[in-house]
Design a protein around this ligand. Sequence first.
Ligand code: PNS
Length: 164
Amino acid sequence: MRIAVCPGSFDPVTKGHIDIIRRAGMLFDHVIVLVSVNPDKQATFSVDERIDFIKRCTSGIHNITVDYNEGLLADYISKSKASVIVKGLRAMSDFESEFQMAITNKKLNSNAETVFLPAMEENMYLSSSQVRQIGRLGGDIRLFVPAEIEEEIQIKLQKGGAGK
Ligand code: PNS
């Protein structure tokens, strides 16, 4: 059984993330969407909120589960039965940091292979930080986040629950 991990901050999950998760689900037997800690970012939404958003947006996909990891991704891969990391690649600007992470994860755990899926054109320039900024400033985030969670995200961002 081929198990893949889709790691990310998912703060919050976007239509771009869901597209990558859905496509990973078609390529692998099972996909673990892993809410992870990015030490360079201060999360706006709590871990529980981010997990709940992802679960609601992926409820129709039979081979997806959601988990949380506080530590290194390479260690999570060692402990789980997963061997593949799936990441979405948007514009060229993603390439350098994603390449660096892929090589580092492989150095930390020689079993951890990274596979990149190209973002669809409509998601090429979409990011969670954009969603947070647009929502916080009263803009319409419906284009960017799935309908199931749009209202809740909008309300929290408008209430000033949004960090950086
Ligand atoms: O959605 P993001 O913030 O771009 O995702 C980055 C993330 C969370 C996947 C990355 O920071 C990560 O893997 N964090 C876990 C800690 C870790 O393993 N760091 C070393 C990466 S080489």
